[in-house]
Write a protein that binds this ligand. Structure first.
Ligand code: SAM
Length: 547
């Protein structure tokens, strides 16, 4: 029977769902999302498939042992107790590493040294000598992960992180990691578009990461096609025949793609790097890159037969350029491509929300990805003329409401983060003319509950203010308009206030103080939870603990 392993793959923050879908597709079982990764089960075939084919995974670990950590000696003892000679031989080399989070054990280097000693002593006691350490390219890498009091010892089956595809020479400035670029393309629905041989453009391509990932996906080329080294190669259970079989099978599934992939950049160094990377990745015939300023973008004949995707990672003023200057560039992105490539899709990843919002198009949908530690918004647009934002200026009252909401959000947002609260009232009729209560749920949904206006205010004025409120709320709170729910809260008597207004049975989960609550935004006037009852829920929670 094939041996089943307990595996764990890391991934960039907020791409866990994408990784889980890939792992399920590649035959992994019992997949479970854990922070920045997925734990799952699988045999050697699954190990090889994930290593070669996952576009999202970073590291891949084989879990050897999980244990409770009471003392640092436990690390040495637990490491020594593993049957290491089932994984590698005396003549092989090894290296150890450790990552320590929120633990009494502060020094990861020392923790790694304890693992090394445990392994060395295991061999010495059994064989009278021990394998050598090779920190650079060992036969096997052993990794210790400590979080609070629990520790996990694993074999690092990936060796170098899997986002390193093997084609890139040197480091490019402000380049996206390959697995973040792949996640961006998944979110932009590029795999589906590529199947139809649609076109692809990155007008600020830098070193070409997005272009190359787009070509990998379009041609179904395995993510690890150009990698020569994996951590599992020196592992005793490595089966070269099976690996070759899986590699050959994946290679036979590479397909022709007949669309156009083109990249541009203002910077000659970036273009040289992109050209070299494209060549190393074997896509010189497919990807064309050239030096060009965004405003000089020219549509070539080959782009006009079909629509496609413009996917771009413009500078966002953290690493390169400055925010004020960049606003022009972001506005241009929307205007220029709407004009030149109508019918195409546009996806923009930016670490600056303010800049993303100046693109003068109505957004189709958005996601969050992380470029290293930088939280980035990915905005997806359709380049259709009816998607242009036409904005009448707000009235002076509307402006005052907007400013008030911005201030409240900033102030309460900080408070909520400190208290670990994700659902709260952000505005409660602070300005009497803008007479609503606004509640945020998990930063994903918003309810706007309208209080009944005094009788002396004319209906059209009430309607105009409400319109302004509904325009300002999604923008300031950064929530898609369809996730903003309006509740008209007239005074009601008896049970009528609890009566039903819809029957969608759409429930969402919100979290508070370790408990989960179902809420429903559509079917009732109330959502099912009163956010101002938080203290009493907290009290019930603490008083009922362990009872
Ligand atoms: C964040 S980098 C893109 C990095 C790229 N995604 C990668 O992985 O290498 C932004 C790129 O935009 C280019 N750029 C900035 N302003 C531009 C403009 N007006 N026209 C064309 N390219 C521009 C910069 O030279 C830079 O290479």
């Amino acid at each position: 029977m094939k041996e089943e392993y307990k595996l764990y793959a890391t991934c960039p923050l907020n791409t866990e769902e994408l990784l889980l879908a890939e792992i399920n597709n590649l035959g992994g079982t019992m997949g479970k999302i854990v922070p920045s990764g997925v734990s799952f089960n699988g045999d050697l075939e699954v190990v090889y498939k994930v290593s070669l084919l996952s576009r999202i995974a970073g590291k891949l670990f084989l879990e050897l042992k999980e244990f409770e950590l009471t003392d640092q000696k436990d690390i040495y003892n637990e490491a020594k107790a593993i049957e290491w000679d089932t994984h590698f031989n005396l003549e092989d080399t090894f290296a150890t590493s450790a990552a320590v989070v929120k633990s009494r054990i502060k020094n990861s280097k020392y923790a790694s040294l304890l693992v090394k000693d445990g392994i060395a002593d295991y061999f010495t006691e059994k064989y009278g000598s021990r394998p050598n350490v090779d920190p650079k390219r060992p036969s096997v890498k052993v990794h210790l992960h400590v979080s609070k009091n629990s520790a996990r010892l694993s074999l690092d089956l990936s060796g170098d992180s899997l986002h390193k595809r093997g084609y890139r020479k040197g480091n490019a400035q402000a380049a996206l990691k390959e697995n973040v670029a792949a996640a961006l393309l998944y979110r932009a629905a590029w795999p589906e578009m590529a199947k139809e041989n649609l076109n692809f453009v990155d007008p600020m391509c830098g070193s070409g990461t997005i272009l190359i990932e787009a070509a990998f996906i379009a041609t179904n080329t395995p993510a690890g096609y150009y990698r020569f080294y994996y951590g599992f190669q020196g592992w005793k259970s490595h089966n070269i025949d099976l690996w070759d079989e899986i590699f050959d099978d994946a290679e036979s599934k590479i397909v022709e793609y007949s669309g156009v992939i083109r990249g541009f950049d203002i910077d000659s160094d970036a273009i040289s790097q992109a050209t070299e990377n494209v060549r190393e990745a074997g896509f010189s015939k497919l990807i064309h890159v050239e030096k060009s300023e965004l405003s000089e973008f020219k549509v070539v004949e080959s782009m006009t037969h079909k629509t496609g995707l413009i996917c771009v990672n413009p500078p966002y003023g953290i690493r390169l350029g400055e925010v004020g200057e960049l606003k022009k560039t972001y506005i241009e992105l929307g205007e220029l491509f709407l004009d030149l490539l109508p019918g195409w899709k546009l996806s923009v990843i930016s670490g600056n929300e303010e800049l993303s919002k100046v693109i003068p198009l109505k957004i189709d949908r958005k996601n969050v990805l992380f470029n290293g530690a930088i939280k980035c918004r990915v905005s997806h647009f359709s380049l259709d003329s009816d998607k242009v934002k036409t904005i009448a200026p707000l009235s002076s009252g509307g402006e005052a409401f907007k400013n008030r909401l911005i201030k409240r959000r900033k102030h309460l947002g900080k408070w909520a983060r400190r208290q670990d609260i994700s659902s709260y009232r952000v505005y409660d009729a602070d300005l009497p003319d803008y007479n609503v209560a606004i509640d945020i749920y998990e930063d994903k949904w918003v309810t706007v509950a309208e209080y009944q206006a005094p009788k002396d205010i004319e209906d059209h004025i009430v309607a105009k203010r409400l319109n302004e409120i509904l325009r300002v709320v999604p923008e300031v709170l950064d929530i898609e308009p369809e996730r903003v729910f309006l509740k008209v809260r007239k005074r009601q008597k008896g049970v009528s206030q609890y009566s039903k207004s819809g029957n969608t049975k759409e429930f969402h989960i919100i979290k508070e103080s370790g408990a989960m609550f179902y809420v429903n935004f559509k079917d009732y006037l109330d959502t099912g939870i009163f956010l101002d009852h938080r203290p009493i829920r907290k009290r019930i929670n603490s008083e009922s603990k362990d009872k």
